[in-house]
Write a protein that binds this ligand. Sequence first.
Ligand code: ADP
Ligand code: MG
Length: 480
Amino acid sequence: MSGQWEVVIGLEIHAQLATRSKIFSGAATAYGAEPNTQACLVDLGYPGVLPVLNEEVIRMACKFGLAVNATVARRSVFARKNYFYPDLPKGYQISQFELPIVEHGELYIKDADGNDKRIGITRAHLEEDAGKSIHEGLDGSSGIDLNRAGTPLLEIVSEPDLRSAKEAIAYMRKIHTIVRYLEISDGNMAEGSFRCDANISVRPRGQKELGTRAELKNLNSFRFVEKAINFEIERQIELIEDGGKVVQETRLYDSDRDETRTMRVKEEANDYRYFPDPDLLPIEIDEEYIEAVRRTLPELPDVKQQRFVKEYSLKVSDAAILTVNRALADYFEAAVAAGTARAQVVANWVIGDLAAALNKDGLEIVTSRIAAGDLSGLLDRIDDNTISGKIAKEVFDAMWTGEGTADEIIEARGLQQITDRSAIEAVVDKVIVANPSQVAEYQSGKDKLIGFFVGQVMQETGGKANPGQVNTILKEKLAR
Ligand code: ADP
Ligand code: MG
């Protein structure tokens, strides 16, 4: 059924820019303040006040444009987008329309076959956020909180190049990674700093013109984006197959019921009577400015990922995980540099035990209880055969709870690996004598029993015997 339909998706992502003050006023942007304590006369839309542009947002938008290989406009213009809503006291939102600051960008995602797929970025423009209506806890009335009014946003608009919910998520994750690498947005989705509107249509496979789209508003988690898009695709296909027509409209995703509902019939651009804001000068940027910003660009995720594969011989999938987050990548590199363990071993620990421990305690890599150098110290002890990988897990747990460095814990708990051949031989002999029937079975061809013997030796030695040596010695002694 759905095989004959092609899905078309374009995303409009709103990234809140990480400035300390608002885009056109000096009010603070910090999250979580008491309602209306961070809204000044400009944000409240008082008559006679004038907006003053926060220069930082230009630098941030410019950074983004360069990172996605876009054109940064030498001249861009703020426009008024007029509409009435209680959370918008001025009666218009200052945005950019005809001349946005960033145009014609691109990035690459993996498609369903694992190949690189180019997604066009139509534009990215600067705008101010609106306030927020509050309906809860007010005895049937509604309140308005204007703290968020005037918060700077970068709206990043994609071409309709995405062909499934999975691709949409991959694209959104990529943008999320990029804005965090650039440190232009904290990307905090729970606080609304990173959210997206998804435009979705379907068309018969092979048809050139696009189908009529619906727009899903304000999706603020990757999981909801995926669910909402998939619901909407099914809805549209069923509707058309039942002889109906998709109408162009704005819909809301209800996560409790996992469905989308009509919010309002879609307005056209001309409903907003856009016009250049006479209170603000056009933004003019010269080459020198752009080049200065270019020099501040960090190594970007794709490049870093490729370098990790080449320089450290990491598995591609591991390099991808490590480079999603710049701080995680830094941690990994610091741990590799500090010790002797192979990079892939370091990667396994960072992605495995460390990530699990962080996750369990709700911590981020920057607040990790084990610093990169200390993890490296632990891995060095595996590398030089002081402890086995298994004992290392125990040491790791003790490090995590603050018992000290790997060396201190190994010393205090007497965890040094037994590598002395005669000591291991003595235990092996003992185990062989104690288990005659298993010995007989093994010798009659039941090779798998080697695991049983290894287990016995390990138990006898508290897990401290060198596993490689145990294996070798057992095989020698059990051979007839
Ligand atoms: P608007 O001004 O109504 O927001 P735009 O033309 O700016 O509309 O497009 C907004 C987003 O919708 C873009 O990401 C674009 O790629 C996407 N889009 C446009 N037409 C379609 C369509 N028919 N199906 C899916 N997505 C679409
Ligand atoms: Mg739009």
